[in-house]
Design a protein around this ligand. Structure first.
Ligand code: 16G
Length: 242
């Protein structure tokens, strides 16, 4: 029983219970990266639920990037990190939801004044105090991304309140972004970046720039995240315009 039983006491909808059981199995590595899931029909039979419910559960996990579908071959546990491109989540949350343990190494954590470029990007007056958070981000001990964040001083009492999660600290201080704009671009890692990421020199990476905003429209962050090109897929669900 790789996937463990559904919780009979739970009042959560059945598709969510199946999702929980699958998340647990992936987190405990009972289901390994790249492993094929049993066919939907078998899952439905095993858990005594309808195929529609199975499909709904799997669709949700595919959308979250935990599972991946291959045409004609079935559903597999995602091996590369599949990150939803249109979800306002944090690195820590993304990793925890995959059963992986996030941690960071600080390159620097400092106070300064906004640069002319940041002032344009964030719409802040020249000279506004900002905090800068530069980190290497790891999952289960493996380097995944380099992150350079700038946060206006009015969002947090001091840079030191950010320990492991920037969004955790922002949330605690009522300043978690509710809206963001993103730009994705291909890059080649510089020799220094490649070394920090543990990949060969000039390896391909993906840069995502995120500008996050509060409900009242004030800016919260400008973050440049450099993801390892060999470790990440970006996924999104698109709906027709009608
Ligand atoms: C993600 C965000 C980044 C944010 C960080 C906070 C993207 C493209 N970027 O990496 O903007 O600052 O999460 O993560 O998703 P944390 O709360 O774990 O520090």
């Amino acid at each position: 029983d790789i996937i463990g039983p559904l919780d009979e006491q739970s009042r959560a909808p059945l598709y969510q219970q199946l999702q929980r059981a699958l998340r647990d199995a992936i987190a405990d590595k009972r289901l390994a990266p790249d492993e094929a899931l049993p066919p939907e029909r078998d899952l439905a039979e095993e858990f005594q639920i309808s195929r529609i419910t199975v499909r709904k559960a799997l669709d949700g996990l595919v959308n979250d990037g935990l599972l991946t579908r291959r045409q004609g071959a079935g559903t597999f546990v995602a091996a590369r990190v599949e990150k939803n491109f249109s979800k306002l989540s944090s690195f820590s949350e993304d990793m925890i939801s995959r059963g992986r343990t996030p941690h960071s190494v600080w390159l620097s954590r400092s106070t300064g004044a906004v640069t002319p470029e940041e002032s344009m990007t964030l719409g802040l007056s020249p000279g506004t105090p900002v905090y800068r958070f530069n980190r290497i981000r790891f999952a289960d001990g493996a380097p995944m991304a380099l992150e350079y964040s700038t946060v206006p001083g009015f969002c947090l009492p001091s840079p030191e309140v950010v320990e492991s999660s920037l969004y955790g600290a922002l949330e605690k201080h009522g300043a978690r972004p509710v809206r963001a704009l993103q730009r994705l671009r291909a890059v080649l890692f510089t020799p220094e970046q490649a070394e920090m990421m543990g990949v060969p020199d000039k390896s391909a990476g993906l840069l995502i720039e995120r500008r996050g905003f509060l409900k009242d429209g004030r800016p919260v962050e400008f973050t440049q995240s450099y993801y390892r090109g060999d470790a990440y897929d970006f996924v999104a669900e698109l709906n027709s315009l009608t």
